[in-house]
Structure formats: C-alpha cells, structure tokens
Design a binder for this molecule. Sequence first.
Ligand code: A3P
Length: 377
Amino acid sequence: MFVMSIWCSSLSLSSRSLAIAMVACVALLYFSYSFNVCLLASISRCLQQSNIRNLLALSSSTHNESTESGGSSNGSTSSGNSSTTSTRGPPVQTVTVQTGGSLNGAAPKYQMLRPQGLRPSRHLPDTLIIGVKKSGTRALLEFIRLHPDVRAAGSEVHFFDRHYQRGLRWYRHHMPYTIEGQITMEKTPSYFVTKEVPQRVYHMNPETKLLIVVRDPVTRAISDYTQAASKKADMKRFEQLAFVNGSYSMVDTNWGPVKIGVYARHLERWLLYFPLSQLLFISGERLIMDPAYEIGRVQDFLGLKRVVTEKHFYFNATKGFPCLFKSEARSTPHCLGKTKGRNHPHIDSGAIERLRDFYRPFNDRFYQLTGINFAWP
Ligand code: A3P
C-alpha cells in the first residue's frame, strides 16, 4: 500500500512537470513567433523607405534637368521650352517632375492628385487665342475652358508684345498648372496685330495652334470705340475719329479701331510663319448665335473630345447673349461681365456705309486667304 502510494504520487508529480514543460514550450514558441513577425515588418519598412528615397533622388535630378533647359529666356525653340518637342503634330509634353514643397502654389485640387502619382506643372502654351480684339475673345476663352482638358491663364499675359524681354521662364510662370494630357492656353488679342509676334510665337514653338475670332470689322470698330469711350468722358464722336477731316470721303486708316479691322493684312504676316492648318477662325457672330457649334469646331481642331455642348449654354434674353450654367469659377448660372455685350452708341448710317465700302476689298482678300466666306455686309 505504501509502495503504491509512493508510485502514485511520483506519477502525478511527473505529469504535472510534463504539463508545466508543455506550457513553457508553447509560451516560448509564441514569443519567438511574435518576435520574428516584428523583425520582418521592420525590415520591410526599412526597404520601402530606402526605395522611396532612391525614387525621390531620381525624380529630383529629372526636375533639375528640366528646369534648367526650360528656363532659358533667349526665345529659341530648342532651348526655350524643354516641355515641347518640335516634331510635327501636337507638341509632345513632358511632365516636369516636382518634388517636396514645389507644389505649394498649386490649386488644392491638384495637390489631391499627388497621392495618385499625378504631378501637375506649368508649361508654355500649346494654343493661343491671338485675337481679334472686341470680336468675342473672352467668350471663346470662357467657353473652351469649360473643357476639363483645357487650362488657361486667367488674364491677358501680353508676353509676346509687351513682356518679351522677360523671357520664356517668366512666361511659363504665368501659365496654370496642368497634368499630362491637358492643353495650356493663353489669350492676348493684341498678338494678332503686333508685327513682331508671329515670329516670336514661331520661335517659342512652331507647332503652336492659333485661334482667331473675327467679327464684321465695322461692328468691331464700333465696339472698340465704345470700350474706349467708356474709359474717357470727353471722347470725340466715332464719326469724327474714323474719317480724316470730318468728311466721310477719307477713312482714317491710322486710327486703331479702323486699322485692326483690316484682317487680311495682319493675317498675311502670320501666314509667313504658320500654315493655314494651324489656324482656326471662329465667327464672332456665330459664337453669339450658336456657341455650341463654334466650340464644337474648336474642340475638334484641338483634338479634344466634344465635352462642351449646347447643354452648357442658355440664352439670357435680358443680356441678349449666351451665358453659362456653370464654369470652373462659379457653379451657378452666369453671364460674362458688364464690359462684354455693351450697348453701342448710334452711328450715322452714312458713316457705316462708307466704312463697309472701305473694308469690302480687304474682307474679300481675307475670305480668299482663309477659304471662309464670313458674309459680312
Ligand atoms: P460688345 O461689348 O461690343 O457687344 P472681346 O471679349 O474680344 O473683348 O469681345 C467683346 C465682344 O464679345 C462683345 O462686344 C460681344 O459682342 C461679344 N460676345 C460674344 N459672345 C458674348 C457673350 N456670350 N457675352 C457677352 N459678349 C459676347
């Protein structure tokens, strides 16, 4: 009995120590597993960080190359714009890589694109609205920039006529941020009539696409005069300014509002540098009557999907012009500003007739050059 009890107690002792040993084993296994998992995770984090550092180093060197060659201000195509190539067809754009805080100036919506790997940057324009003043250039710009693939400088930059000496780097800085596939656009209507501009645009990029809105030159001259008169209280009457010596016999071709309307002369200068296929003429009259039609032509010309359609416009009877349901800047229906669509003063019908006769041969020449009959009276 005694032996039996000793045997029993020794058995229970060994099974207890076996149980303890097993628990200790399991605990050891668990701790070593957790340790290994932590170790692997930290190794993989380290590897990722070193990859990112390498990528950033690479992209920052690309950025430096790009800005150095793109920042030249000597006005030549090859060195002046690293972001375009001079092969035929639409200019090929390279997206300038920007790192670190260089996107601080970009719109918040662009900053949101960053995690998706899209890096917005500024580029010289691919397309210019070069004129003609008072023909509907603002309407054209506001309408075409409804397109998500078009980004435009907000105000007239006047680079090629007033600020050319500041160089292409300065010009590019005035352009909006774009991402790959978006068109950069600028409008300065005085480009069309400034002698030096065609050559300068050609030197920036011979592939530049040119948009020109034209309107009956007589109405255009009156619109131009109306704008000038709105800024000067004691302005002479239109009839006194448009003719030499106050009689209708001789048109004053040196007076700006008359001179600008001789479209054929200005166009001939542009055609010395650009083929007609790179120019699109938009009818100012039709832009008012049927904006969707003209904007459709512009989208085709720029190789864009037809996104801006009649759904974007409504006719405001009070204003007498097409207006927009919404735009990039405003989400409510609105028209162009007060300075667009002004009431014109009454002009003597004799003066108008005389001006029509004056413009007729120039208009015919313009129809001939463009291959379009605008049917101005
Ligand atoms: P008026 O103000 O003489 O009517 P620009 O933008 O080149 O200065 O041209 C101004 C002209 O654009 C206006 O001249 C107007 O006739 C024309 N225009 C075309 N579409 C317009 C629109 N939707 N709203 C206002 N004006 C428009």
